[in-house]
Design a protein around this ligand. Sequence first.
Ligand code: SF4
Length: 337
Amino acid sequence: MKARLVPPILEVRDLRKFFPVPGGGFGPRQAVRAIDGVSFTVERGQSYGLVGESGCGKSTVARCIVGLLTPDSGRITVEGEALTTGRSARGRRLHRSVQMVFQDPFSSLNPRLAIGTTLAEPLAIAGGLSRAQIRARVAELLREVGLPENAAAKFPHEFSGGQRQRISIARALALRPPLIVADEPVSALDVSVQAQILLLLDGLRIEHDLGLLFISHDLAVVRNFCQRVAVMYLGRIVEEGPVERVFADPKHPYTLALRDSSLPPDPAARDRLARIEGEMPSAIDPPKGCHFHPRCPRRMPICSVEAPAWTPFADGGVACHLHPPPDATVTPANRGT
Ligand code: SF4
């Protein structure tokens, strides 16, 4: 295999993050297994969706990547360099190369700072620019996100939700990072505004050749916006691949149910659509074997005993006993029903 000349914008390998559960007693210490061995790759200029129900661990992945959380183990590299958690100059530089757009733009903006000051802050901290250059860059950022220059003198409460999200995106772009992590960036917005913000992000991705990690619970949004997608369930990726293939031909029963729940309502198709029953189990004590088996309409005896291995495809992969790896000892013929 040829060595690649340009490293991917983001590589996440075998990431783990458990949160200890506070409590007394003398039993074994319990932990929320928020991320349990997550790996994926985002290429330059690519929009990559990380999708799953609330509590699946996708936001914890995002927070580890931008340095808001320290992973227990695993490796995160940006443009081939490992992210470090310390306060070294190299660590700070690498973390500057990843910026985040949050779900709620209002709480992520300081209400006491004018927008111009909010946008100038990271530029002043980074250094190297005169005051006039910072003012010019702030005006450029506002133009890039479709806001007038006089927005710089206003405060967050003077803007609509969509405009505030544009300001958050401008702040994320300030240091020209190669990678932006957007955690549910449109789910707090009206449907009519959602499309405008997605179009803006997509235009910026193309113009700046950005890598975009797009965290969402909504497979339909991811389908329209991303090139690749990873589906997470209870701390693990269960399916990964190009959005068109995953949406058209989901291999994992959970992906199928997510896909069907994202389709427009159609009473005629109601009985044909896959549905997931029940709630996602606790990440403190996840089900043995396949974590999805208590809710899976296609579960088999092996599913509650053995965790499925990752089966790679030419364009992605899946973790499900319905699709065992070619060299697996458990095959469709012997897995039992
Ligand atoms: Fe369902 Fe079994 Fe596949 Fe899990 S491994 S998704 S329980 S069929």
